[in-house]
Structure formats: structure tokens, C-alpha cells
Design a protein. Structure first.
Length: 170
């Protein structure tokens, strides 16, 4: 991926210091195919949540961009930071609401049909429309940095031990 700039007009970490209502929100479902633009056009792959997980989520939160932890599949027990977009993707004029998770980790393969477990811990910003694809990418890459900083706080790190996730037994 070419070197990208971040949106430096935004704060790089957001309050609060511990998750507050309605968080944490726990979701599980599986990964379904999106429109496939995430990897191709944006260079930012996303895992789309199945309708069951999406329905549970939409009952609890507004559209927008969120952060938290994610675990994928049933063998790999790694828990990764994630950013999630919930809504209509105004830049692409989608007609169906979706929830897409970008896992902050480099994978060699995709995850269609894999199980996905997500804990949403905080809100980053509202969905926006953009004058260009570059401006959208710049804001998503900024969301990634904001999410990493926000999750690197004690009260957020603790959720990696949550019982939603599969843990290796010693
Ligand atoms: C963290 C994050 C933030 C996003 N923010 C926006 C946004 O503000 N506006 C928008 O139109 N789409 C936003 N998107 C959605 C992208 O447009 C979306 O990932 C793209 O449409 C690819 O979807 P597809 O793989 O289903 O084709 C965001 C996606 C992520 C992962």
C-alpha cells in the first residue's frame, strides 16, 4: 500500500477512560460477502457481519464508526483490535445497512463464512460522505490509529479476557 497520510485535524485518542453505556456490546455471527470494494478499492479489507449479528447490533446502537476487539474462526484464538463501520456507506450510496469490521492485523487469506466474535467498546465518529476516495481512506486509517490508542487503556485491555472469546486452556 502506498504511504498514506492521517487526518491530523482529529484527536488521536477519545474519552472515556473506561467503556460506558451502551458498551460493551457483544456480537457473534459469521462473515458474509460484502461488495468487495474494501480490499480492492480502499486497500482496507473488511469482514461483513451476517444479518443475525447485524440485527442484534442495530437494536443497540446508531450508525457510525466504532472500535473494540475481535476474534475470528474457531481454531485461531488470537484477539485483535478492530474498527467497525455501521450504516449506509454514504460514499457508495448503499441501500442496505451493513456492519463491517476491519481487523487491525495483516492476514494472508480471507474469512468468508468464518465465525466472528466482536466486543464493541466505544464510538469514534459519525459516518460521512467524502469528496474523494483518498479522503475516505485517510479518515479510515485515522480511525485505525484512534482505535489502537483507545484500546491501549487498562479498562479496555481487560475485555480481551472476556468470556465471549475462546481462550486457550492451560
Ligand atoms: C473504520 C471504517 C470507517 C468507515 N467510514 C466510512 C464513512 O465515513 N463513510 C462511508 O461512506 N464509508 C465508510 N466506511 C465504509 C467503506 O466505504 C467500506 O468499507 C467500503 O464500502 C467497502 O465495503 P465492501 O467491502 O462491502 O465493498 C468505513 C469503513 C470502515 C472499516
Amino acid at each position: 500500500m502506498p504511504e498514506r497520510r492521517l487526518n491530523t485535524s482529529r484527536p488521536m485518542v477519545l474519552p472515556p477512560d473506561a467503556p460506558t453505556t451502551p458498551f460493551p456490546i457483544r456480537l457473534s455471527g459469521h462473515v458474509v460477502k460484502g461488495f468487495g470494494r474494501g480490499s480492492k478499492e480502499l486497500g482496507i479489507p473488511t469482514a461483513n457481519l451476517s444479518d443475525d449479528a447485524l440485527k442484534a447490533l442495530c437494536e443497540e446502537i446508531e450508525t457510525g464508526i466504532y472500535y473494540g476487539w475481535v476474534q475470528l474462526g474457531d481454531k485461531d484464538t488470537a484477539i485483535h483490535p478492530m474498527v467497525m463501520s455501521v450504516g449506509w456507506n454514504p460514499y457508495y450510496h448503499n441501500e442496505k445497512k451493513s456492519a463491517e469490521v476491519h481487523v487491525i492485523h495483516q492476514f494472508e487469506h480471507d474469512f468468508y463464512n468464518a465465525q466472528i466474535r466482536v466486543i464493541v467498546l466505544g464510538y469514534i465518529r459519525a459516518e460521512q460522505n467524502y469528496p474523494s476516495l483518498d479522503a475516505l481512506i485517510e479518515d479510515i486509517l485515522t480511525d485505525v490509529e484512534v482505535a489502537k490508542n483507545c484500546l491501549d487503556r487498562k479498562a479496555y485491555l481487560e475485555y480481551k479476557q472476556d468470556e465471549l472469546f475462546v481462550h486457550v486452556k492451560n
